[in-house]
Design a protein around this ligand. Sequence first.
Ligand code: IMP
Length: 432
Amino acid sequence: MSTLVVVGAQWGDEGKGKVVDAVAAEADVVARFAGGNNAGHTLVVDGRTLVTHLIPSGCMYPGTRCVLGAGMVIDPDVLLHEIETLRALGLLVHDELRVSLHAHVIFPFHRQLDALREERATQSGAQIGTTKRGIGPAYEAKAARRGIRVADLLHPERLRERLEQNLAAVAPECERLGARIEGGVQQWLAQADAWARWLAPMTCDAGALCHAAIVAGQRVLFEGAQGALLDVDHGTYPYVTSSSTIAGGVCTGIGIGPTAIDEVWGISKAYATRVGAGPFPTKLVDATGNRLRELGAEFGATTGRPRDCGWLDLPALRHAARLSGMTGLCITKLDVLAALGKVEICVAYEDGIDPGCDGLAHAVPRLQSCPGWDDPDVVPRLRLARTLEALPAVARAYLDTIAAAIEVPIALVSVGASREQTIAVRRPFDPA
Ligand code: IMP
């Protein structure tokens, strides 16, 4: 096996950073295929914590090639800041980063539009709760065939035409929303010229690069962003992001065929969280939810917003497993759930509602309580466990319940924030 996809199985923030970090250590290539700087991975380098929003976690490992795929939307200012921060730490100094010529570029007017729309929608209570990074407007321009690709930055005449087209489309909407568009074609061209100077040497055909790596027997990790329930086609629409977050997104977002994918690991917290608006059947709006937020430090890595917290939702997880064809399941933050001392789990929805048919919008969860978690021994034993066998019986039973319900075996369990607090059940890139 040489290719592995790692995707979120909930609404993002599943703790992908830690899992991907562990897996990236064994990869030759780490590629992102969707989203932009709406994502955020917390990395610890030499005791210093930093958050990357665009560059995949492979950047931690010198010599590992990092690829930004065609399905992404890239804010070059954010990318440059990340490159400079990582280089100052001695990382990414050997030509490790490659950017697809087909990835789309976020300009300041995309961000402005995103923020203006959210502000207006908030007045009527209809906001999505976007990250205001310009993600939606950039994907919208792509679908409208006026998007600006990395390749366009290298062709000023083509770029001017495309920018004029965008100005004509965006300026009237900004005015309707009570603002003047910031900048203009001349200013954006100058900005694009500055970006092109440092970006040009990094450009590539990401599909061809990944294909060549696969053919050469290298290990390629495809790193997902956000989660299945935020997928633009299959998530809780319209409360979703604007890209394909599920494993299928790898094929379109990188440019390889489905037969090139060997394994798909889905990541879920031991409970559930969501940030931004939209359905969340198991949300806890009580002291238990607040406690879970405190214990799990559930605040967005990108926006700092407090996340809503709730019990693990098995029907939704089963749905996510099907959407991505998961072959392994990674459960994170089991220690946080344990510290709560009280655990419930959603085993079904009343009236047999199907999450796939927009059911999450009106699902009433049937909760089952899981006794035994209040034993004071559970947390310390759990944090020290490095095998499934070493886990306290209640924790093992909980994992067994999840794996049986979604019919996917456990690949990895995280029992604490540090790299060592991991139960690696399966090795990445090993045969199943
Ligand atoms: P956008 O991707 O900024 O357009 O935001 C659309 C929705 O996706 C909002 O509800 C965001 O809170 C959510 N979202 C986007 N990226 C992330 C993420 O990385 N983690 C969690 N939620 C996200």
